[in-house]
Ligand binder design. Sequence first.
Ligand code: NAD
Length: 264
Amino acid sequence: MEPIMKGKRGLVMGVANDHSIAWGIAKKLAAHGAELAFTYQGEAFGRRVKPLADQLGSKLLLPCDVEDSASIDAVFSTLKDEWGTIDFLVHAIGFSDRNELKGLYANTTRENFIRTMVISCYSFTEVSRKAVELMPNGGNLLTLTYAGSVRVMPNYNVMGVAKAGLEASVRYLANDFGPKGIRVNAISAGPVRTLAGAGIADARHMFSYQQRNSPLRRNITIDDVGGSALYLLSDLASGVTGEIHYVDSGYNIVSMPALEELKS
Ligand code: NAD
């Protein structure tokens, strides 16, 4: 049988290092035959991402800061020159000032609210619009979200508000681009120890609590996310769009702590 992503090309945005969720996704896509391009934010990350991109045989490694529209335009113009078309886009980008990922949400500043929204929410809409120009025969867009969008998670604060906006964007974009045969989905991942995850105060408590109280009694890995991303980005999910797909060991379905936790 042919590898399911054979002949498919796509852009992966958001690898910072080999702990990144985007890296888990990239490895899985490449293992199933996809050809990948990567973006990185700034030269320091570029030096870390280069050997990873090389490892997967990627020849396109491009700088991109999503706060700068010109840098987004440059990425898609290079992709157009090099490949002409793409089949998928992975957006695994988020940022907020870590000083506001603790304490009360009510204290979020106007400046950080706007910056968080632009980087963590609007950037998906902007890159999607550009990606779709390179998808004349249909395609797939995928972003990463977290359940702090729909329920209060301690210290997640303005990131929760941005993720709520991001999830709504997934639905609107799915409706905008559906007639072109382009699917748009999000994976809502459980907590993973990454650079971005480390910015949230007391994250280790969230991590161990979800490990003890999710139905699978373990935290997820970037390989778990990679498997679900492969499904959503492949033709296996051909009828699925506008979906927020949880990859969280089932944590989102429970309404109270595990009995062993309560009895301990
Ligand atoms: P990570 O730190 O490895 O990746 C975050 C990426 O965002 C980095 O590559 C960083 O360079 C990029 N980024 C930030 N600001 C940017 C900008 N202005 N321009 C371009 N890139 C920028 O962490 P991660 O946990 O793999 O995060 C990936 C995505 O997964 C994020 O959207 C995050 O919110 C989401 N997510 C993370 C978790 C978790 O527990 N780690 C859970 C659910 C969802």
